[in-house]
Design a protein around this ligand. Structure first.
Ligand SMILES: Cc1ncc(CN)c(N)n1
Length: 230
């Protein structure tokens, strides 16, 4: 039996994704020791990230070549807007931030670069570009969630437990699996140079994921902030 495209991808991304589990921000969630101000910054940036990420599912739906794929993208869009983003709205309420205020969050450099890349890739080419650009997002969060769920006390932590529950949940796992199934389907009959191009998109977005954790840990916005504030 020939290798699934996701198996090939896994060989490339595994070292990058394993490094997420060593990242101080992710470790802080898993160990329950993360500074809540850092989490607040992350959660606000992630909310506006998810708005742009949702647009990619809409693009994928519009570019789909069959009704089944169109429905899958629509389901992923719905799941992000109404399930995943509820988590952010719940955390925001704990910080006394309304959904309207959340939506008006000013975008950081990393959030801007990452979503601009994903949107650019998705608008070019066919439906395969859209699915390749979101694959690392859905799958790596599910990977992190499931790993952290095995850490002592992570699922029951009074503040970060809900984050770990979300990304390790059956519902989120099924959204991640829908993305994996889609890429396997679209990559199946593609020539090697196309497969390599899709693989590069997943690797690049995996690097952006690392940068996002760094942005959260350092509570960073733009490198020129200190200059502009003088
Ligand atoms: C940056 C980022 N990447 C991925 C996910 C999971 N949808 C997320 N919430 N945020």
């Amino acid at each position: 039996m020939s290798q699934l495209f996701t198996e090939r991808i896994w060989e490339k991304v595994e070292p990058i994704w394993k490094s997420y589990l060593e990242h101080p921000f992710v470790k802080g969630i898993g160990e329950g020791t993360l500074d809540q101000e850092k989490f607040k910054h992350y959660m606000k940036q992630d909310y506006i990230y998810l708005i742009e990420y949702s647009r990619i599912f809409a693009i994928g739906s519009a570019k789909a070549n069959d009704l089944q794929t169109m429905q899958t993208f629509a389901n992923l869009l719905h799941g992000t807007l109404h399930y995943e983003m509820d988590l952010h709205r719940e955390y925001a309420a704990k910080f006394h931030i309304t959904p309207e205020e959340l939506e008006k969050t000013e975008a950081s450099a990393t959030m801007t670069a990452y979503t601009s890349y994903m949107l650019n890739v998705s608008q070019l080419g066919g439906v395969e570009n859209a699915i390749a650009s979101v694959l690392a997002c859905a799958w790596s969060y599910n990977y992190i969630g499931k790993e952290l769920a095995t850490w002592p006390g992570a699922l029951d932590h009074e503040f970060y437990g809900n984050w770990v529950k979300m990304y390790s949940s059956d519902e989120f796992t099924s959204l991640a699996n829908e993305c994996k199934n889609l890429i396997n389907q679209v990559a199946k009959d593609k020539p090697e140079h196309e497969k390599k191009r899709l693989e590069d998109i997943v690797v690049k977005t995996s690097r952006f994921e690392y940068m996002f954790w760094d942005m959260a840990e350092n509570v960073s916005m733009w490198p020129t902030d200190t200059i502009e504030r003088v």
